[in-house]
Design a binder for this molecule. Sequence first.
Ligand code: ZN
Length: 355
Amino acid sequence: MNFGGKVIDGHMHFFKMFDENGKTMFEKYDEYQEKYGFKAINLCSIPFGYADISNNILAAMYKLHNPTAYAYGGITFDTFPVKIPVKKGLEPETQYEELMEIGFDGVKLYDCKPKELKMLGIFPDNPFYEKMFAKAEKEGTHIIWHVGDPETFWDIEKAPEWTHRQGYFYGDGTYPSNKEIYDAVLRVLQKHPKLNVTFAHFFFWSDYPERLVDLFEKYENVSIDLVPGSEMYAGILENYDFYKDFFVKYADRIQYGTDITFPVNEPYWETLVTEVYNSVATDKDIEIYCVKGKGLDLPKEVCDKILKENFLRTSKCPTPKSINKKALKKYIEKYAYLIEDKRTKEYILKCAENY
Ligand SMILES: [Zn+2]
């Protein structure tokens, strides 16, 4: 499948620079964009937990290498759980300003994934984050926010078997509850009702369409993306007729993305790209991570919004922002001590010599 520039992948990740065969993320994502004919791709950085600060830096460097690429930067932490007050200069609002100065197109938040929230020990409505949200709201900066996970992951009866094996079962009493997480996020929205935020993975609410309607009606700048969370496709199938109308009515509030991750799920990229596309643009039966669904076969103008236009509007960047090399160099000098992998650190420091 080649989209001929009609689709933007608004939500992808990488966890390192080099794969086992010595290929770089840069090479792989160049190939990815070309193979599928994406107008643009958006690297969402996760600079703590899964990866480290090098994720922000490499995402910015990729934008230098590929000026059609977007990147959303994240906030990092140097202690777990977070000790407040944090070291001077690591306040979320300071980091936010640094990201904007460097030329990130938006912000990726990963603090409300249950494992990460447990690790950080602070909820998003903590005053710790307040100035960052206030600034992002005022400036209209686009945030892609991962909140929670499928509700079944807290339920011993319903959690998929693999969640136990892979550390995604949250029902052992040591994790924040699903409700605590959503309540805290909704309090942030109450305080900052103009926040320009896309909740990843359909906000894991495909089984609660009435909640999504309520959310969209209350908050004009809130949207969701179609990134699997494959369970959403079962939820959509169960409420198929409802969702056919919902997608048309809220066509401005839904975005395409794949969650492909270099190098982790590479054999699955093709499936993610095509099945997420098929879920809106065709009436085909689809299957993502063993979950079955059916394409909604939406009108072309609705598909155009979901597949491309909504990202351009919410990011407020018709073309990606350019990278301020000086600011990036300053950032690298400040944060290099947090880069764990020696080879990656050397690579980054060497590149930074030329900025
Ligand atoms: Zn993601």
